[in-house]
Design a protein around this ligand. Structure first.
Ligand SMILES: [Zn+2]
Length: 319
């Protein structure tokens, strides 16, 4: 069952038959599965601009009732948490979506609010997965860019939505204007329209020289790499992702640049929102709930976000 707002039911980043509207926390594909042309969306304007650019069509908007708020999640442009002060449940409910506590040059900083029930995303469930301070990662990336750019072009592979924009900004802060694939340009144009200061040029139709940084999503990176290799004896390849902390990518170097909270950030988020119960969701929800319990938090795994309604009712009826 979807979650009841004041006068309608909303699903959380997922499709549910009985929902009247879908809350879309942000414009990453794994949070957009609830999209249907017939169903209104509850999301920030920036999220809807990116969603509509990706899907090539427009969607109806739902109105946010007075007992609900959308708060910045710090994850990417337009990302939001959903807060409901609910008479129906007799509790305040906060759904995190993807979030990060570290500040990002291409996302609004996270806002936090006290709640009774927290529905928490489980991307990094292990206490031993700890991200470095973002400034350190950025500084390592900029040193790499400055050093290698004198010797050949650098191809950066990254998610076209949010990570690519962060890399553009990191390049700009190092005095470099990168070239971007068509898809990266399309999303970056929306960031620019929403006031994010980014400087880049389209790679397509551009003479690719040895002094270029090119940013592309992985789907088209192979083609660009082959083009570069025809003209340059050395092409440097790099990627940036939170998963670089424990996965090996097929590039010369990989930087652990995450737009998610690690376990330590999750604890700090929980402390700032001070819920009496936490429901973890997502594929790693069981591990996350177990590890949060070990840190003294009252956490339960729900796996699917569609189980939220029943669990909140169960929890609040037992108070
Ligand atoms: Zn995301």
């Amino acid at each position: 069952m979807p979650v009841k707002l004041a006068d309608y039911f909303v699903s959380l980043d997922t499709y549910e038959k009985k929902a009247d509207a879908n809350f879309i926390s942000h414009a990453h594909a794994d949070h957009m599965s609830g999209l249907r042309s017939s169903r209104p969306c509850l999301a920030s304007d920036a999220t809807m601009q990116i969603v509509e650019a990706k899907k090539g069509k427009s969607y109806k908007r739902a109105e946010l009732p007075k007992n609900a708020k959308m708060l910045s999640a710090g994850h990417m442009l337009g990302s939001r948490q959903l807060f409901i002060d609910s008479e129906h449940y007799g509790a305040r409910i906060l759904y995190s979506g993807d979030y990060q506590m570290q500040s990002s040059p291409v996302a609004e900083p996270i806002e936090t609010i006290e709640t009774d029930i927290l529905i928490l995303d489980s991307t990094y469930p292990y206490p031993n997965i700890e991200f470095e301070e973002k400034e350190m990662v950025i500084s390592a990336m900029q040193s790499y860019l400055r050093e290698k750019l004198t010797r050949g072009p650098i191809l950066f592979t990254a998610f076209a939505t949010s990570k690519a924009q962060e890399i553009i900004r990191i390049c700009n802060d190092a005095g470099i204007v990168p070239l971007a694939s068509g898809e990266v340009c399309r999303i970056s144009d929306i960031y620019r329209k929403n006031g994010v200061d980014l400087e880049y040029a389209a790679a397509e139709g551009h003479e690719l020289s040895s002094r270029n940084v090119i940013i592309s999503e992985s789907r088209n990176a192979g083609i660009i790499r082959n083009e570069l290799a025809k003209r340059h004896s050395r092409v440097f390849t790099a990627t940036a992702s939170g998963f670089a902390r424990f996965m090996r990518f097929n590039t010369d170097v990989q930087f652990t640049l995450s737009d998610h909270a690690d376990f330590k950030q999750a604890i700090s988020y929980i402390e700032r929102t001070s819920p009496r119960a936490i429901y973890t969701c997502g594929p790693s929800s069981e591990t996350f709930a177990r590890n949060l319990k070990a840190f003294g938090k009252n956490a339960y795994s729900i796996g699917s976000r569609s189980k939220v309604n029943e669990l909140i009712l169960y929890n609040t009826e037992r108070q």
